[in-house]
Write a protein that binds this ligand. Sequence first.
Ligand SMILES: [Cu+2]
Length: 154
Amino acid sequence: MIGKLTVFLTVLALAWGISISVLAEADDIVVEGAWSRASIGTSRPGAAYLTIRNTGPEYVTLTGIRTDIATRSEIHRSSTDDQGVTSMAPAGEIKIAPTDTVSLEPGGLHVMLMGLQRPMTEGEAFWLTLVFSDGSEVSVEVSILGFAARGPDI
Ligand SMILES: [Cu+2]
């Protein structure tokens, strides 16, 4: 009887252990307010903005972006030097601390969409997939706002 109970508890412990280990980074990620601006044609890259919230107890790392609206998409960071010159560069991986929020917004971090496959038309939307370091993914629909939009609430 005790033997059986031990086996039962061991199986329980294993099941618990497994359920912990399959918890993906993406399970703790909330992506909100995804938007972009309408483009004039497809010759210039587009940009997308959104907010990523880590609701979990561990760090999560955003490693890449996938979308079918562009042939290449990267996370960039814009910065302005003391001369007032603005430039941007690939931001690499984005590490998000537990309970922290990272905002991709004009003038800072953004998703650069290079090689647009179709014009970004106001009122339409496209899908963006965020890829995390454990291979898990979160997909969001990105609303396309007007040419001069500064955010979903403005
Ligand atoms: Cu950029």
